[in-house]
Ligand binder design. Structure first.
Ligand SMILES: NC(=O)c1ccc[n+]([C@@H]2O[C@H](COP(=O)([O-])OP(=O)(O)OC[C@H]3O[C@@H](n4cnc5c(N)ncnc54)[C@H](OP(=O)(O)O)[C@@H]3O)[C@@H](O)[C@H]2O)c1
Length: 345
């Protein structure tokens, strides 16, 4: 952090890997909240480097989001210059923090390497990519500690819905002994649509039009996305050391409309429940097709919404939900993490 512009304003330099929907929406949010962040938190964020796989931007002095958005062709995913290799960007741009917003890959690489490189070069890290937390949490936690750095990942489980922040700041001293959630909107939507008489393909196409299913929705349909979220939660709040490969998962690919309507007729709702539980035998996890009774809080989750119940010792069961999960919420998770790192508390 450098060069106060006014006595009470701290400049925080950021670099970004990945500049897709989340990166662009985050930058627009920074531009639109610049005055508020200065007034309420005494912070000004400057962007000094961004790279994707095919284009990049580097300016070690840093630009405000507003100035930067005036020159990059937002919406065309074109950053004016050639791509900058991740290690080079991290080494040369002089940022205080890396925002890791590249795509999820099974195994969590190269995102985990990006994060490790950032720690080595003295940066804090915010990631919205589940891969590094799901596959490399303990390793990266140790690397951060060894380098005296911090990393946050609020956007990895439920867009911007407070999950880790909730545990850290609102459930102090509680022991979490389990969780259950609807953590994938696409599969939740598909199951409801099947019960309403739509075909599987029509339900997927609708979820894609609404923007909560990916162009390739197989990670959602086959439970990998939810298994990654379960691994993130289990590693961070249950103290597990697992990867998504350890999470047994059901696909919704073969669910029939008759299964959904039979559950309805019995006064239940068929859902994909992402869960984890800590007992004397260790941590048990799963992404399972489950018939929930209609008075279960998770049956109130519809459309793009996500919900999570945390089972705690001191506070009992806590239910949190995001009613509209869009990219705006994920962009907010990045901002919330940055404010947790650098804001006034
Ligand atoms: N969208 C959401 O609402 C949401 C919600 C929660 C979490 N997330 C997570 O947030 C991350 C970003 O999501 P998104 O929606 O912004 O994805 P996106 O629109 O597909 O953009 C991904 C970006 O990552 C870049 N990229 C991929 N691999 C890279 C690499 N090895 N080095 C540098 N850049 C690389 C891509 O560059 P190219 O275009 O050059 O390939 C692109 O700019 C993902 O991990 C996603 O799972 C997203």
């Amino acid at each position: 952090m450098t060069r106060p512009t006014a006595p009470h304003i701290l400049d925080v330099k950021l670099c970004m890997l990945g500049f897709g929907s989340v990166g662009r929406t985050f930058l627009a949010m920074l531009r639109d909240t610049e005055e508020r962040l200065a007034r309420e938190h005494g912070l000004r964020f400057l962007i000094c480097g961004i790279s994707t796989r095919h284009s990049g931007f580097l300016d070690a002095t840093g630009m405000t989001a507003g100035d930067l958005l005036g020159i990059v062709h937002v919406g065309r995913d074109d950053l004016c210059g050639p791509a900058v290799p991740a290690e080079e960007l991290i080494e040369t741009c002089g940022a205080d923090a890396l925002i890791e917003a590249t795509v999820l890959t099974p195994g969590g690489q190269p995102a985990a390497e990006h994060i490790e490189a950032a720690f080595r070069h003295g940066m804090d890290v915010v990631t919205v990519n589940k891969g590094p937390v799901a596959w490399h949490f303990d390793h990266l936690r140790r690397k951060a500690e060894r380098n005296g750095r911090r990393w946050r990942f609020e956007g990895t489980v439920a867009d911007g819905m407070p999950v880790f922040d909730l545990v850290e700041n609102c459930l102090r001293s509680c022991r979490i002994h389990g969780f259950e959630g609807i953590l994938n909107a696409t599969t939740n939507f598909i199951l409801e649509a099947l019960g309403d008489g739509r075909s599987f393909d029509d339900a997927v196409a609708h979820a894609q039009r609404e923007g909560f299913a990916e162009a390739d929705p197989s990670h959602d349909i086959d439970g990998l996305d939810a298994a990654c979220k379960v691994a993130c939660l289990a590693n961070v709040v249950l103290g597990a050391a697992i990867t998504p490969d350890d999470v047994p998962r059901d696909s919704v690919r073969d669910v029939t409309p008759e299964q959904v309507t039979a559950a309805r007729a019995a006064g239940r709702r068929l859902c994909v429940v992402a869960g984890g539980r800590l007992d004397d035998d260790g941590v048990h996890t799963g992404v399972r097709l489950t018939e929930l009774p209609l008075d279960h809080p998770l049956t109130t989750i519809h459309g793009s919404a996500l919900g999570l119940i945390l089972h705690t010792d001191l506070m009992g069961d806590v239910f949190t939900a995001e009613l509209h999960g869009e990219v705006q919420q994920t962009a907010y998770a990045v901002l919330a993490d940055l404010l947790a790192l650098y804001g006034r508390h």
